[in-house]
Design a protein around this ligand. Structure first.
Ligand SMILES: *Cc1c(COP(=O)(O)O)cnc(C)c1O
Length: 399
């Protein structure tokens, strides 16, 4: 069997692999505590489910326009105005089967072979693979703990070449949990403007932020940067609707048109009743978000403090999303039963097999000194999981 060159270069999602292994252990009756989840552990709010039931009962079960219903696009436009002070028209909006689908359509619509796409690391696992699928080349721009894992304009300037077509920004970030301030975005935005480079701004965690911080969209900084930016968002994370598969993109008309064409020949419209549910999510009460964020904050405070109390682990206080990304490199070189902790992957394996705790190795996000722990899990689980990690770290030894 000969696969296409482009598709053979794509790696499977490492986060899914570890979740699968943990699931298998659970199925075998092993009590595993999972920190791998990439989705809220809350149920979709009732009024959103009701809207889907109503859509079903009313027979809203046929094809919709391939790029999404007019009413949902109009609702998304109102959302952008109210939340981000961004003016978009319906023809500048695409509704897709999840934000991931919007991201894929954007990358494929913009990038061709020979183009370079700058992706800051630590990055969300799918960005480099999507870029490879488009035929373009991912250029990884490394950020560190010193800058809170954020790109500095000077770094961006150095990474730009004559081939650079696109820059991918994700704030708040999965996996780092960091949020760019308005000033930081300004520095990035001005650099992109000067060089005429497109920007994808993945704002899927916009609503999940803490400590009175404010989320700002880079597209709202100037008219010029808005023309270069495709904003990606969706209902998965804010409304606990990961399974419904509704995301959306906003950007220049010509790009959205190209993405719509692609979507019309690949998936067609996102599920009709899920579009009705997404409409209810965006238009209805926003109260469930507040409750969810309050609970996430309580867990964030706890997990950051606990991790920092463990010798050899250093965890930044995150500002958004539901992940922490502790540095565990001080543990490298130690060992357990003759198994040396060499990197994030070997530590992850030991934690799973010996401590029965599932985390995701930082290597999957381009940062081998770290682990990613999701706290989209009950407080009891989090406590138990941290107890296990703490116990395990105590018994590993210097070589
Ligand atoms: C979850 C996630 C997405 C995808 O969300 P869907 O709408 O469920 O496809 C996109 N970007 C990041 C950074 C995510 O964590």
């Amino acid at each position: 069997m000969i696969l296409s060159e482009r598709i053979s270069s794509i790696s499977p999602s490492a986060t899914l692999a570890i979740t699968a292994k943990a699931k298998q252990m659970k199925a075998e009756g092993i009590n595993v505590i999972g920190f791998g989840a990439g989705e809220p552990d809350f149920d979709t709010p009732e009024h959103i489910k009701d809207a889907a039931k109503k859509a079903l009962d009313e027979g809203f079960t046929k094809y919709t326009p391939a790029s999404g219903t007019k009413e949902l696009k109009e609702t998304v436009c109102r959302k952008f105005k109210a939340d981000n002070n961004l003016d978009y028209k319906s023809e500048e909006i695409l509704i897709s089967c999840g934000a991931k689908h919007s991201l894929y359509n954007t990358i494929v619509a913009i990038c061709s072979e020979g183009d370079e796409v700058i992706i800051p690391s630590p990055y969300w696992v799918s960005y480099p693979e999507m870029v490879k699928a488009s035929g373009a080349t991912p250029v990884i721009l490394k950020t560190t703990r010193k800058s809170n894992f954020k790109v500095l304009p000077i770094q961006l300037i150095e990474a730009i070449t004559s081939k650079t077509k696109l820059f991918i920004l994700n704030s708040p970030s999965n996996p780092t949990g960091m949020l760019y301030s308005k000033d930081e975005l300004q520095g990035i935005g001005q650099t992109l403007e000067k060089k005429g480079i497109y920007c994808i701004s993945d704002e899927i965690y916009e609503k999940i932020i803490y400590d009175g911080q404010e989320h700002k969209s880079i597209a709202a900084l100037s008219d010029r940067i808005k023309e270069l930016t495709i904003v990606i968002n969706g209902v998965s994370k804010a409304y606990a609707m990961t399974g419904w598969r509704i995301g959306y993109a906003a950007g220049p008309k010509e790009i959205i048109k190209a993405m719509s064409n692609l979507q019309s020949h690949s998936t067609s419209n996102p599920t009709s009743i899920a579009q009705k549910a997404a409409l209810a999510a965006l238009e209805g009460t926003q109260e469930p978000i507040g409750a969810m964020v309050a609970e996430f904050k309580r867990r964030r405070d706890y997990i950051v403090e606990r991790l920092n109390s463990i010798e050899g682990i250093c965890c930044l206080k995150t500002q958004g999303a539901f992940y922490v990304f502790p540095d565990v490199s001080e543990l490298f070189g130690k060992s357990f039963n003759g198994n040396e902790i060499k990197d994030s992957m070997s530590l992850t394996s030991l934690l799973l097999n010996e401590a029965k705790v599932a985390v995701v190795p930082g290597a999957a996000f381009g940062s081998d000194n770290n682990l990613r722990l999701s706290y989209a899990s009950s407080m009891d689980n989090i406590k138990e999981g941290l107890d296990r990690i703490e116990e395990f770290i105590k018994i590993i030894s210097d070589k």
